[in-house]
Design a protein around this ligand. Structure first.
Ligand SMILES: Cc1ncc(COP(=O)(O)O)c(C=O)c1O
Ligand SMILES: Nc1c(O)cccc1C(=O)C[C@H](N)C(=O)O
Length: 407
């Protein structure tokens, strides 16, 4: 049976098949980049039109109450919570992942007086490390990096916080959240997980793993749209001690008392700083609702089936292409990455054929399998195209080598 026929058979038996039609995917495009920017749910267009025309246009400022805009960060956070193994009052949707990282790193430092080091791994997503550098420049933190297999040994009594990305953005390798969290706690440190590449696609068990803090993007597997608000998690046991430096009025216990003195709101509400972005949160809510409706168990099963279909076929047909993701699907996120010296040009040659994966500097070709809308047929077509492009050297053209501003 041809690869395409095999894929069609798998699609016919796919329990999530109907969800693909609930996304607005452009004709002729195979989208394997939902781990960078999720696709557009059709329902988002109608919901945003409703928020703009009715809630904003008609309701005007009354909508803070009548449309309950004021509680949108908590409402969306509460819906994300069960999808990442947390309780609804432990998660809030706000700001960007970068800003939430900074708030929570500062909060951790405050909770571990006498300790200054923030431990992470080299090659973590840059913003995570840069946020530590910002606090370091103010004399508040010291940046400490150790390779994955040396992290546990690096947990000395100066480490206030172990800060890791659950699924690595380039390789897709997944950390053992329970084991690393325990090791950090045994060393007296707190733990912050960046769930950007796992939230909404993989089972995440923050409570079961005793995680202290977490952050994650709303625009990847939650399909919240470009620049969607992020989310932040703080374990209930830390709600009393939680102190973060961006003490804006929306994180005040009574913002509309307009008091001269700051008094923090209870729990994660104090992570709010300024006015919540209602359009962004409204779009994110639609994306989160759909992921919740499908359920993480069905998503992970399909994600593994898609990525294994891709990996196995390519390992047969392009045995020299270096896989940088773990071979075992249980050890990786919803993506497959390869290393190739011409990764950028290959990625552009694929895009020219309507197959959108991505390139990560300097030599990584990355393919994301957002299980809510990627079909096995997409995967089969991507395999055929990649094999042809590499075997025929189709990437070797000047137009495919010119770097765009955003890669
Ligand atoms: C692991 C990780 N953290 C953070 C971010 C980005 O954060 P922000 O939304 O603040 O740009 C990304 C992707 O851009 C990411 O992959
Ligand atoms: N946030 C992004 C953006 O504003 C522009 C382009 C890409 C992104 C991304 O999200 C990159 C992504 N985190 C990654 O893993 O590569």
């Amino acid at each position: 049976m041809s690869l395409l026929d095999q894929a069609k058979q798998l699609d016919a038996g796919d329990a999530l098949r109907a969800y693909r039609d609930r996304f607005d995917l452009p004709e002729g495009v195979i989208y394997l980049d939902g781990n960078s920017l999720g696709a557009l749910p059709k329902a988002t267009k109608a919901r945003i039109a409703e928020v703009v025309e009715q809630e904003w246009g008609e309701g005007l400022i009354r909508s803070w109450n009548s449309a309950d805009w004021i509680n949108l960060p908590q409402r969306v956070g509460g819906k994300i919570a069960p999808l990442i193994g947390a309780q609804p009052h432990e998660v809030i949707a706000c700001d960007s992942t970068s800003v939430n990282l900074s708030k929570l790193i500062a909060a951790a430092l405050h909770m571990r007086p006498g300790r200054k080091a923030i431990l992470s791994e080299p090659g973590n997503f840059p913003t995570d490390i840069y946020m530590v550098e910002g606090l370091e420049a103010q004399g508040l933190a010291t940046r400490k990096l150790a390779e994955r297999d040396a992290l546990i040994d690096a947990l000395d009594d100066d480490v206030a916080l172990l800060m890791l990305t659950h699924v690595h953005y380039k390789t897709g390798a997944m950390f053992d959240m329970a084991a690393l969290t325990k090791a950090a706690h045994d060393a007296g440190a707190l733990v912050l997980w960046d769930l950007s590449h796992s939230g909404g696609a993989l089972p995440v068990e923050l409570n079961k793993c005793n995680a202290d803090f977490a952050v994650g993007c709303g625009y990847k597997y939650f399909n919240g749209g470009p620049g969607a608000p992020a989310y932040a998690y703080v374990a209930e046991q830390h709600h009393g001690d939680l102190q973060q430096p961006l003490t804006g009025w929306m994180g005040h216990a009574q913002p509309f008392a307009f008091d001269d003195d700051y008094a923090p709101a209870p729990g994660v509400d104090r992570l709010l700083a300024g006015t919540p972005p209602i359009l962004g949160l409204s779009a994110l809510e639609v994306g989160v609702d759909m992921i919740a409706e499908i359920g993480i168990d069905r998503l992970i099963a399909k994600s593994r089936a898609l990525s294994e279909f891709f990996r196995q076929e390519l390992s047969d047909r392009l045995p020299d292409l270096e896989l940088v993701s773990p071979t075992d699907p249980e050890q990786r996120g919803s993506q497959i990455s390869f290393r190739h010296p011409e990764a950028y040009a290959i990625c552009q040659a694929l895009i020219a054929r309507g197959i959108i994966g991505d390139f990560r500097d300097p030599d990584i070709l990355r393919f994301g399998f957002a299980p809510a809308y990627v079909a096995f047929e997409d995967v089969a077509m991507a395999v055929e195209a990649l094999v042809e492009i590499i075997k025929a050297g189709e990437w070797d053209q000047a137009e495919f080598k010119e770097r765009a501003a955003v890669t």
